[in-house]
Structures are given as C-alpha cells and as structure tokens.
Design a protein around this ligand. Structure first.
Ligand code: TXA
Ligand code: MG
Length: 342
C-alpha cells in the first residue's frame, strides 16, 4: 500500500479515507495517533494489526467537541463537565462508564468503560469533524517503539501499512496525555497515566483530592490501564538514568569500562560527557518540558545511530509537573536502572 502524506489542504481527502474504513495517522499536541473510525470494527481491527498491539489494550476515542461524548455516556457528572471545560482541547483523557453497546467492543477491549479525549490540534479536530465520527488513536508507532513525535517517526514505523499521514509538524508536548479514570463508583478521580496535565492542576480545578493508580505509587502493583503494564519505549541500547549529582561518577565509570556512550541531557552536562568520554551522540534538554518534548525523538535517534552505541546515559528529573510523565516513560525505557556509584 502506498502511504500518502496529506497536508492542510487535503484534510477532506483524509477524512474520506477514514469514513471508508482506512487508516490515517494524525498529529496531536502530545504524540501522533493512528486514526481509524471508532465505529467501524474492521478498521479498528486493522489498527491493532498494523501496530502489533495486544488486543486486550483498549483505545482512546478522539472527539471534536465535548458534546460528542454524550452519544456514548449518560449523565456526565459536574466534575466531568468541569474538566472538559477547563482542559479540552488538551492532553487529558477521561475514562467514563459508557452506554451498553454504544461502541464496538474492539475499541473498549470489552470493558464497560471507554477513554475519550479532544486533541488540541486544529487539523485533527477538522479531520474528526469531516469524518463525521470519532476516531480511535493509539500512538502511531509499532508497539514497543517510542511514540512518534514527528511525521518522520510515523513514516519510519508504518509506511506501506497505512493509507496516509496527516501532516502537522513536530508535537508540542512529546509525551502522551494524562489518563484520568472517572468511572470509580466512589466518584474518586484516579490518574492511570501521568501526562502534561498534572495531579496538582486537576486538584486545583476540582477542589478535591485526586489519587494516583496504585502502580504509580508502589512497585509490583498491576496497573488499571491495560496499556501501562507493557514494557514500552524500550530501545535496543541499554539506558541508564543519572541523577544530577552522579554525572561525574557515571561518566568516569562509563569511560573506565569503554562504553560507547550516548547522552540525553542538558547542554552543559552533555558537552562535559562528550568531552570526557568522546560520546558520539548527544541530545539537549534544558528543562523538564524540553526533556519531555525530546525524549522519544532522542531514544529513536540513539537507537538508529550507526555509531554502535552500547550505553545511553539519560538525565533524571524531579518527579513533579511534567517531570512525572517524563520519568514514567524514561523508567520504562531504562528498565528502572539508575546509575549507582560503582
Ligand atoms: O496522547 C495520547 O493519549 C495519544 C494521542 C495520539 O492521543 N494516544 C495514546 O493512546 O497514547 P494509547 O492507545 O497509546 O494509550 C491509551 C492508554 C493505554 O494505556 C490504555 O490501556 C488506556 O489508555 N485505556 C484506554 N481505554 C481504557 C479504559 N477503558 N480503561 C482503562 N484504561 C484505558
Ligand atoms: Mg502508545
């Protein structure tokens, strides 16, 4: 299959492909999504197949407006409405109990709930509107690869396998949306996946406590979002997280052991490590925001580097603000390995 690149002038064409059961990747503010009609089970089945995604992992339903959710969910709570009003369009996915059989079970993984989000990207909102149906949109990568933050990444993983990619530049945030479960019978909102919308922001708007899913608090707990149990984002190269105070020791250790080092860190640290170890690859992150934006692109570039790297040292950030989302993804990539003074 030839994969077409659709620009802004060709959104209608991309929408027609979707309405006819085809797959078109779309840009969002977080990462690129792999779009198909959420109402066509055969199209959704292809999304799983093309990604190589386990079928027990439900998909997010992307809508063009908050009112579109009401087709699938009865009696939206005041809390839900407030969150939509405050954060949509934006990087917040909300999980609701849905009307029985209102969505194909292949979308929900057979759960009585479904995840909804309105992306903050005008082209993609137009795509959903013109397709006249909500779109499923898992990240548009092969399962197990870092999520795509540019058209090039999507092309690398999926060209020849999908009908098209809607062009929308590099993504602004770089890590996937916050997933907030509003289906708990007690009414307590629970964060299942950290993202750019933080616990503190949610609590400030709701004026109540928001919980973190058990697996985000203590190791060994099973995550409630099926997707969070998989070992995502694992590059082939060994990744080690380095705390601020440990850079000198980590660099010396890597050098003594003749590693070919890649660095994911701010400019100063990256430059120092490069000078000391002749590290051949470096990636610059200045702040937690920039680190989040550059994380997946950095992991991909490193993995594809022809320099034969065998160790990536990546900067650890405090787990606050978007740093929590960055560390959640980085820990998976690093298999939870921190550099420790040897
Ligand atoms: O930013 C994003 O959310 C991106 C862009 C493209 O919108 N999409 C994305 O989709 O990250 P995906 O499929 O990679 O992640 C969806 C997550 C998975 O961890 C999945 O298990 C969880 O949401 N999820 C979906 N429906 C759920 C449900 N009913 N209950 C619990 N978790 C659910
Ligand atoms: Mg994903």
């Amino acid at each position: 299959m030839e994969t077409k690149i659709f620009d802004q002038q060709h959104i209608a064409e991309a929408a027609a492909v979707i309405a006819n059961g085809g797959l078109v990747a779309f840009p969002t503010e977080t990462v690129y999504g792999l779009g198909a009609s959420a109402l066509l089970p055969d199209a959704v089945a292809q999304v799983y197949q093309v990604k190589g995604r386990p079928s027990d992992n439900p998909l997010i339903v992307h809508v063009a407006a908050p009112t579109q959710v009401e087709t699938y969910v009865d009696n939206l709570s005041p809390m839900a409405k407030q969150l939509m009003q405050t954060f949509w369009p934006g990087p917040l996915t909300l999980i609701f109990n849905i009307k029985p059989n209102s969505l194909p079970s292949i979308v929900t993984g057979g759960l009585p709930t479904a995840a909804f989000r309105m992306p903050d990207h005008p082209q993609t909102v137009a795509l959903i509107q013109q397709a006249q149906q909500p779109l499923v949109g898992p990240s548009a990568n092969t399962s197990g690869k870092p999520s795509p933050t540019s058209v090039d990444h999507v092309w690398h993983d999926l060209h020849g396998k999908i009908a098209g990619i809607l062009e929308g530049g590099a993504t602004r945030i770089g890590v996937e949306s916050t997933v907030l479960d509003l289906s708990d019978p007690s009414g307590t909102p629970i964060i299942l996946r950290p993202g750019a919308i933080t616990k503190e922001q949610l609590e400030a708007v709701l004026e109540r406590d928001v919980l973190l899913d058990k697996h985000l608090v203590s190791a060994g707990e099973t995550p409630k979002a099926p997707g969070m149990k998989y070992k995502h984002y694992a590059p082939n190269t060994r990744v080690m997280m380095v705390k601020d105070a440990d850079w000198a020791a980590a660099t010396a250790w890597a050098q003594a052991n003749h590693f070919k080092v890649g660095v994911l860190a701010g400019p100063e640290i990256a430059e120092r490590v490069r000078t000391e170890t002749a590290a051949v690859y470096q990636y610059f992150n200045d702040s937690a925001e920039a680190a989040a934006r550059g994380l997946f692109a950095g992991l991909r570039a490193l993995d594809e580097s022809t320099a034969g790297l065998n160790l990536l040292l990546a900067a650890a950030f405090p787990e606050e603000g978007i740093g929590a989302a960055y560390m959640n993804r980085l820990k998976k990539a690093a298999n939870h390995e921190y550099f420790q003074e040897k």
